[in-house]
Design a protein around this ligand. Structure first.
Ligand code: NAG
Ligand code: NAG
Ligand code: NAG
Ligand code: NAG
Ligand code: NAG
Ligand code: NAG
Ligand code: NAG
Ligand code: NAG
Length: 865
């Protein structure tokens, strides 16, 4: 049996590699023996440092107004956990957190520029005064830009992989007078999350690309691709927290946030996250504090849409942190290399293609031949071509993409002598460069769009000869085209993570375009790229905060979030293939797609950005919000409500259903408002109460309902306030699916059923040691996970094994090898044992054993050499 997903928190250095092999990018893991410690007061930290003495190295010191403390690494991993538990008793220590590693979301690279020379790009619709960049039109940024608003005077701090500030569209320099005026590299190129960061003052990014893309979304200057960032007038700071590979640890992220805050950032944004669902996560706690101190923080919601409901990502799941979901761009930008074709010897026409590998197209001039004229066949050329196929060495073979691999299709064509194979896309959006390098005879390949391929097939079917004349792909002109996305454009990106948190916090807050976004990329990696992810949605909202603050003169996080939430547009539900006549749930898209202009000029202010009704156990059936009329005339508002799709968390399993796949219904909550029409005097306010009756649905399946309170004002303001709640009991949800004993030499961590004996060592030399491993398959988040050692002979509970309990665990598999050490730092005696794996229910009382799901493992014995 395969363990689902990542193995969380390996606790022995010797087995980290084993577990990492399974690591999924977004799930955090813990650095063995490393902790983040918060002090009561930096002045008293001497007690702490004398206590740890030479037992631990200090990784980082945090001497910031919002957070005083240090991160440390114990030298002896065997006793680290015990040492850490003694820290809590020190008067100088406020809290001790494990040091976890987070990863950049896996954003899809749709394309990148080819050879670093984009001067040959032509055919780009250049911007003539008006902003026509689609993500800006979708969010009304174009309307603010038309008024000359560019974010002047606002400092945005970015936490990311660094930036190629040499990029001409990103200012070309770093420091005073540049676009990037501040920031630093907290980690260095070689940092991977596990090792010690080596800071330097230069946040240049030549290997990642992510931060350069994010930066351009905020503030790219006018460029040959014809777009700008949303707020090109801001100044930027970059705090580099990723090396060239791997993740970033909590201490690095916390330090970056605190540095960005102290440097006077007006807004801080990060497109980083890890599966959590708990606002108590230490990184989320620090970000919440920064928001409370008056600096808005936008964070990407995550790219784990397929995981279904309740998969909130940290730090976006922090209290008061603005979590940003992704909408697909209405157009897909595609960069194609130009060449020519003729039909029946007629006029020479231009077409664009994405060169693949290999790409020896230079001066190839040959007629097209197609194995099939059926432009809907999903599997053209996935089987050997028929016997009457001609010698293909004098043709360019045109094959529809789909079902089998490019290599298989090219192989079948090569069996009849083909040397040149061109694919046409099977989906409307774009063309990507196919790789068929494994087929030795093929000299060149590439892909054209579905529309281009279909028009050639039509000509061939009509008996016309179609001849293609290729230019050198390295020097041919390149065209940027924008293809309409009629399937998902304007709707939720299917990858955007679903919420809420395990404590029913409403998340995400807002949505913006993140699917298929054109932006800057490091010059060595192609100069420009189209990427998809909530990583791309988040910085656009940070830039919009800057634009709105130019108009309204405030950076107050709650005011800006409330305005953007109230004016955002909820969208219809789309599952990646079809659109349904019901609104997408708040747990997927929050308030909907932001409308920057409406938010900037709204004269109606709501006191909240959402209403959380909680689950049935904790139902707060009446909540209030206040409408403030900032205008100079009285305004009458018509109030109403509209439901959004209700999603069932579970169907027939203790695991939440995936998306697409989870059942959605149009059975809504009933909303009663204290007023259906209310007049708010100029400068005055009125409080409205909202009473919910959750839908009568099967509580055991934990349906999550949501919708919007709507307000139409006589001043023209049209607002909506999202609400969210669940039917059923989070407290009753089973959190532990199962748990079992496994063995550290099994990379799949299958259960071990019989009695096993393990020979452990107390010497620390673990080269040949095979460990018992406790595996816990968590179906739902748990506030506390124990892995206790229980004597098989006496039933005595010896206590947690080293590293446990762990607080605030995400709903992912967790596993820990056991080397004989208990949480109190002592070795368990030789004997026969079993693991008792205990996961506390959500909202459960940690001191009540009945509040845990408990599974006992198969027995095993340990002895020491
Ligand atoms: C810019 O937009 C304004 C208002 O929508 C329009 O009147 C004007 O013609 C546009 N200018 C250009 C160059 O397209
Ligand atoms: C998408 O819609 C536009 C406008 O309605 C239309 O011109 C275009 O042909 C459509 N494209 C596809 C691929 O359906
Ligand atoms: C839901 O209720 C629980 C239990 O009272 C509470 O801890 C939690 O904060 C509530 N959630 C929200 C969003 O208010
Ligand atoms: C909501 O407002 C009503 C009327 O103003 C008031 O009586 C009630 O106490 C308020 N409830 C809450 C939860 O604030
Ligand atoms: C507000 O206006 C919108 C659009 O005209 C309409 O769909 C909605 O029903 C109105 N809501 C109320 C409460 O009148
Ligand atoms: C509403 O107005 C009252 C009276 O002016 C004021 O005390 C209160 O703070 C206002 N409430 C809000 C939420 O603005
Ligand atoms: C495992 O050992 C225990 C005694 O320690 C014994 O009771 C049990 O039957 C054994 N189970 C198997 C599957 O061998
Ligand atoms: C580990 O096992 C290998 C192969 O069995 C052996 O060569 C090596 O000496 C062992 N190392 C230790 C430290 O026992």
């Amino acid at each position: 049996m395969m363990v689902r997903g990542n193995i969380l928190l390996p606790l022995l250095a010797s087995v980290v590699g084993l577990y990492l092999a399974e690591a999924k990018v977004e799930e955090p893991k813990q650095i063995p023996g490393s902790y983040v410690v918060e002090f009561e007061d930096a002045e008293d930290s001497a007690e702490f440092f004398s206590h740890i003495g030479s037992k631990a190295e200090t990784r980082m010191n945090f001497d910031y107004s919002l957070f005083k403390g240090a991160s440390i690494q114990f030298n002896d991993l065997g006793t680290a956990e015990e040492e850490a538990s003694t820290l809590n008793s020190l008067a100088s220590v406020k809290r001790v957190y494990p040091n976890r590693i987070y990863y950049l979301p896996k954003d899809e690279v749709v394309w990148t520029g080819a050879n670093g020379d984009q001067s040959i790009i032509h055919n780009v619709k250049r911007q003539l005064g008006n902003d026509t960049f689609t993500p800006h039109v979708m969010t009304q940024v174009d309307k603010l830009r038309a008024k000359g608003i560019i974010g002047s005077g606002v400092k945005i701090g970015i936490i990311d992989s660094g930036v190629d500030y040499n990029h001409p569209a990103l200012g070309g320099c770093f420091g005073e007078g540049c676009l990037f005026t501040y920031g630093t590299d907290i980690v260095g190129d070689d940092y991977d999350g596990d090792n010690v960061p080596v800071p330097d003052p230069d946040p240049w990014d030549g290997c990642g690309g992510h931060g350069t893309h994010v930066s351009g979304i905020i503030a790219a200057q006018a460029n040959e691709m014809g777009f700008t960032g949303a707020a090109p007038g801001v100044t930027l700071g970059m705090y580099r927290v990723f090396g060239c590979t791997g993740g970033a640890a909590n201490d690095v992220l916390i330090d970056a946030y605190l540095q960005a805050f102290e440097a006077g950032s007006d807004i801080i944004t990060a497109s980083i996250g890890g599966s959590s669902g708990w606002s108590e996560d230490p990184w989320a706690v620090v970000v919440s504090r920064i928001v409370e101190a008056g600096v808005p923080c936008t964070l990407s919601a995550g790219n784990s849409g397929s995981a279904g409901l309740f998969y909130a990502s940290t730090a976006s799941n922090g209290k008061k942190v603005t979590s940003i979901a992704s909408i697909d761009n209405e157009v897909t930008p595609v960069l194609l290399t130009d060449s020519y074709f003729t039909i029946e010897g007629g006029d020479q026409e231009t077409f664009g293609y994405a060169p693949g590998e290999p790409s020896e197209w230079t001066d190839v001039s040959l007629p097209l031949w197609a194995p099939s004229f059926d432009t809907t066949d999903p599997a053209t050329a996935c089987t050997p071509l028929p016997d009457d196929t001609p010698d293909l060495s004098g043709y360019i073979v045109l094959i529809r993409r789909g079902t089998c691999t490019f290599v298989e299709k090219a192989t079948y064509a090569a069996q009849y002598g083909a040397k040149y194979v061109l694919f046409y896309n099977n989906v409307p959006a774009g063309a990507t460069g196919p790789a068929v390098s494994d087929v030795p005879q093929v000299l060149a390949t590439g892909m054209v769009t579905a529309a281009q391929g279909e028009s050639w097939i039509a000509a061939l079917e009509a008996g016309s000869e179609v001849v293609l004349d290729f230019l050198d792909p390295l020097t041919a002109p390149v065209s940027l085209i924008f293809q309409q996305n009629n399937i998902t454009g304007g709707f939720a990106s299917s990858f955007t993570t679903w919420n809420p948190t395990f404590e029913m916090d409403v998340k995400p807050q807002l949505a913006s375009p993140g699917g298929s976004i054109l932006s800057t990329y490091p010059i060595p990696l192609g100069t420009y790229a189209v990427l998809s992810g909530t990583s791309m949605a988040c910085p656009l909202v940070a830039a919009i905060y800057a634009l709105i603050s130019n108009v309204r003169g405030t950076l107050d996080p709650a005011t800006l979030e409330n305005l953007l939430s109230a004016t955002a547009n909820p969208q219809l539900l789309n599952d990646g293939t079809a659109t349904y006549n019901v609104l997408a749930p708040v747990s997927q898209l929050g308030a909907g797609i932001v409308q920057a202009y409406d938010a900037a000029y709204a004269t109606t202010l709501l006191s909240k950005s959402s209403l959380a009704f909680n689950d049935t156990d904790n139902l707060v059936d009446t909540l209030n919000f206040t409408i403030t009329n900032l205008g100079s005339e009285d305004v009458t508002y018509e109030l109403g409500s509209i439901g959004a799709a209700t999603g069932y968390t579970f169907s027939d399993s203790v695991y939440p259903d995936p998306f697409p796949g989870l059942e959605l219904t149009d059975e809504y909550a009933t909303i009663e408002l204290s007023e259906s029409k209310v007049t708010v005097p100029a400068g005055g306010n009125v409080t409205v109460s909202v009473t919910v009756t959750p839908p009568a649905l099967d509580a055991s399946r934990l349906p999550v309902y949501s919708g919007y309170i709507t307000l139409n004002g006589t001043n023209g303001d049209s607002l909506s306030l999202p609400y969210n709640g669940a039917v059923g009991s989070l407290h009753s949800a089973q959190v532990l699916d199962t748990a079992y004993l496994s063995i550290s030499t099994d990379p799949d961590l299958n259960p071990v059923l019989g009695n096993s004996s393990f020979v452990l060592t107390k010497s620390g030399d673990s080269t040949n040691t095979t460990y018992p491993v406790a595996v816990a398959l968590l179906a739902f988040g748990s506030p506390k996970l124990n892995i206790k050692l229980v004597s098989q002979d006496t039933s005595e509970v010896l206590g947690n094994i080293l590293g446990f309990p762990i607080d605030y665990v995400s709903r992912d598999p967790a596993a820990s090898a056991f080397d004989g050490l208990l949480d109190d730092g002592t070795y368990a005696p030789e004997g026969n044992y079993k693991f008792s794996i205990e996961a506390l229910h959500i909202f459960g009382d940690a001191s009540d054993p009945a509040e845990y799901d408990v599974v006992e493992s198969a027995p095993f014995s340990i002895r020491y050499i």
